[in-house]
Design a protein around this ligand. Sequence first.
Ligand code: ZN
Length: 156
Amino acid sequence: MSCGKKEKKQEEGFTYQKVKDESTEVFNEQDGVVTIIISGNDQMQFDKSEIKVPSGKTVKLTLRHNGKMGANVMGHNFVLLKQGVNVAGFGRKAASARDNQFIPKDSENDVIAYTKVIGGGETTTITFKTPKAGSYDYICSFPGHYALMKGKFIVE
Ligand code: ZN
């Protein structure tokens, strides 16, 4: 009996079994919460162009700005758009929404989740439920960034 108990304890120790090693599956899942870390830099780039998550989970997404430039000149956010939203159209409108974290007030229904805008050295975290299975666009909506800072958020 004591032997069986010991085995179970060992199994419980391996909580990182579910970490995927494929480069596109960049999450760590524990207790139904999927943790994602995405970084931006001073070269106007995200470090990921595709994020895959399972459906029916809670996503805890951390955005890091690995650069040195301030939020006023090289600000980054993470904006997850609903399906069917025109990325370029949203990006153009967002450019004039500086007072609302570059989320156009009349387009808030186009957005599933977004972080605030951060500058070099800063980090911000949001939590949201994964939308239904499918492919979604994410962008940085800081003026002029959406053309380069974009990717696919895939719910499987
Ligand atoms: Zn940006």
